[in-house]
Design a protein around this ligand. Structure first.
Ligand SMILES: [Zn+2]
Ligand SMILES: [Zn+2]
Length: 116
């Protein structure tokens, strides 16, 4: 039979452990919220910087960089995002402006195509 003063110590240790885990959980939630906020800010900034030169559609995706995995040729593994380049707009080879997939064809935007 455990003596009551020892039980008290056990209870205290259990409580401390509970608080420690709770703090870890709260920190994790705060970190995720912060990350999400940062991500949304970066998307806003990307959209401010890059728009389709034909319809004005804003970029919402950064350029994603993939690595070829060594084990399996042709398989690509996500590496990182490039926040200074949009991933959903292409650059026109004539006017050097960005255009969305609806307004670029063979690397030439609709604006430039109409002037051809
Ligand atoms: Zn467009
Ligand atoms: Zn163009």
């Amino acid at each position: 039979m455990t003596e009551s003063w020892k039980k008290k110590i056990d209870a205290r240790i259990a409580e401390e452990e509970r608080m420690r885990l709770l703090k870890i959980k709260l920190d994790e939630i705060a970190r995720k919220a912060q990350e999400q906020e940062k991500n949304q800010r970066q998307i806003r900034e990307l959209g401010n910087k890059f728009q389709c030169c034909v319809c004005g559609k804003r970029a919402v995706k950064p350029l994603a960089i993939y690595n070829e995995t060594r084990e399996c040729v042709g398989m690509r593994e996500f590496s990182h995002f490039v926040w200074t380049t949009p991933g959903d707009l292409c650059i026109c080879k004539i006017c050097k402006q960005w255009a969305c997939s609806d307004h670029i064809y063979q690397e030439i935007c609709q604006n430039c195509a109409e002037k051809l």
